[in-house]
Design a protein around this ligand. Structure first.
Ligand code: ARG
Ligand code: ZN
Length: 471
């Protein structure tokens, strides 16, 4: 969630008509993350498709020298070829590959155009698992997304922050960077002694050797690559137990100002209540750990990195609601294509509205109806109505429209199908175990099936048309 969501992003947002065949579409083959896009020097081959590869596990062994920003990594990737493959295509942008082995044998590789194309000595056989070991190294900077926002591995004065939505993962590890392939992760992160390294999942110990410390974290809930994170800094690590007995592990920068430290502590203490609230609305928490990373380096936005969101220093309860709601919507139930991002952000903002309604509705008038009315009060000429919600451009992925109109769709849908069907729909949706991703069409189909109504016109108005609906 951006701190000042809207203004800055909206200004940059284009208003081109929606077509997947245009190059700015998030799923267009020219999108740097798209695996079908042939490597610069490579031939577009039958080997390079999204469905060809199923990564099951990444073992990321990273060594980071904070002062020189040097990242040295070994990625040990357990994968299964979904059909016979003579080449394996991963995404890697920035760090340079030093060597590749597949099943212990040296493999050929070519890196360029954001791709790492690996040619194993022996072609891979469909259904048979293999282990690729990739050594790489790079000097890290502050990569920017399509809107100029820092993302990916962001070097900070005392360490690093990692927020990779939508396609920043390849800035720090060789990833099968698609929305259709979840994997488990192990992280071993070596940092200068005295620094702390945190990642997704649960800690599995740390040890000092010479002037360095190696921190180990295990993320056993299958995860998309953009949700993987590492935080390196001078953190206090705290652990408590949340609902369902899950560990809540927080990493908070020791150098926050006194006020920020106080506010952060108060906000993070709300995680328990927020989790209970969200479980009450959407069903069981989908993962085996939770928690937060709060660093002092003014990134300006938060990200729902799985089990351990990254927050900016102005973290408050509403932002926590937003990022924790994404654990259900986006992380557990994942979209298979960026064009459907409204399903992630819409449910996250709608969760904010529900929380504010119960926490501040009576006292400050922040009711659900008032939140929806605020969006509906925006005049027809407002840029928010220019976006086609179910078909944003790459520059519109984080447009205010995706967030606020996304929540408004759910608000209007609830009015249309009634409370009982709405909650049945929402819980059914949230409880899906998705591996390759769900879509707007899937959501429409489920809404129609549960309500027994023909919602074609409703979704045409609220999702598939630009312009302010007249109601
Ligand atoms: N999904 C994040 C959130 O709503 C926002 C990520 C913004 N990412 C970016 N590259 N600008 O919490
Ligand atoms: Zn969000």
């Amino acid at each position: 969630r951006a701190v000042a969501v809207g203004a800055a992003v909206t200004l940059l947002a284009g208003c081109a008509p929606g077509h997947r065949d245009r190059p700015d579409h998030p799923d267009h083959p020219d999108h740097p993350a798209h695996p079908d896009r042939p490597a610069a020097a490579g031939k577009p081959g039958a080997t390079a498709t999204a469905d060809a590869l199923d990564v099951q596990h990444y073992g990321l062994d990273l060594d980071y020298a904070v002062t020189t920003r040097r990242l040295t990594g070994t990625a040990t990737i357990d994968l299964v070829a979904r059909r016979d493959l003579s080449r394996v295509v991963l995404n890697l942008r920035g760090p340079q590959t030093l060597s590749v082995r597949v099943d212990g044998h040296e493999a050929g590789f070519r890196q360029g155009g954001g791709k790492l194309v690996i040619t194993p000595a022996v072609p891979l056989t469909a259904g048979v698992s293999a282990v690729a070991e990739i050594r790489y190294r790079g000097t890290m900077g502050t990569p920017k997304d399509a809107n100029g926002t820092p993302y990916g591995w962001i070097a900070t004065p005392d360490g690093a922050q990692v927020l990779s939505e939508p396609d920043g993962a390849p800035t720090w590890f060789p990833a099968h960077d698609v929305l259709t392939d979840k994997a488990t992760y192990d992280f071993r992160v070596t940092v200068p002694r005295g620094r702390t390294a945190v990642a997704n999942g649960v800690p599995a110990g740390h040890h000092d050797h010479g002037g360095r410390t190696t921190w180990t974290w295990r993320a056993r809930d299958p995860m998309l690559s953009y949700l993987a994170t590492v935080g390196i800094g001078d953190y206090d690590l705290t652990r408590s137990t949340g609902p369902q007995g899950i560990p809540i592990i927080d990493a908070v920068d020791r150098h926050l100002t006194a006020t920020a430290a106080e506010d952060t502590r108060a906000a993070l203490a709300e995680q328990q209540a927020v989790l209970r609230f969200l479980i009450g609305r959407w069903g069981p928490y989908p993962f085996s750990a939770a928690g937060a990373i709060v660093d002092d380096d003014r990134l300006g936005y938060a990200l729902e990195t799985q089990t351990r969101p990254v927050y900016a220093t102005d973290v408050d309860d509403t932002t926590i609601v937003h990022e924790l709601a994404h654990q259900w919507f986006g992380d557990s139930v994942n979209i298979g294509s960026w064009r459907d991002i409204w399903l992630n952000e819409g449910f996250a903002v709608y969760s904010e509205w529900l929380w504010e309604d119960q926490a501040y509705g009576e006292k400050y008038g922040a009711t659900l109806d008032a939140s929806a009315a605020d969006v509906l009060a925006l005049p027809a000429g407002d840029p928010i109505w220019k976006v086609t919600l179910a078909d944003p451009t790459r520059a519109q992925l984080f447009d205010r429209a995706v967030y606020d109109r996304g929540a408004l769709v759910l608000y209007e849908l609830r009015k249309t199908i009634g409370d009982q069907d709405f909650w049945r729909l929402a819980r059914t949706w949230a409880g899906q175990r998705t591996q390759t991703g769900v879509s707007t069409a899937d959501f429409e189909e489920l809404a129609g099936r549960i309500s027994g109504q023909d919602l074609t016109g409703f979704f045409r108005t609220w999702l598939h048309s630009a312009g302010k609906p007249s109601i």
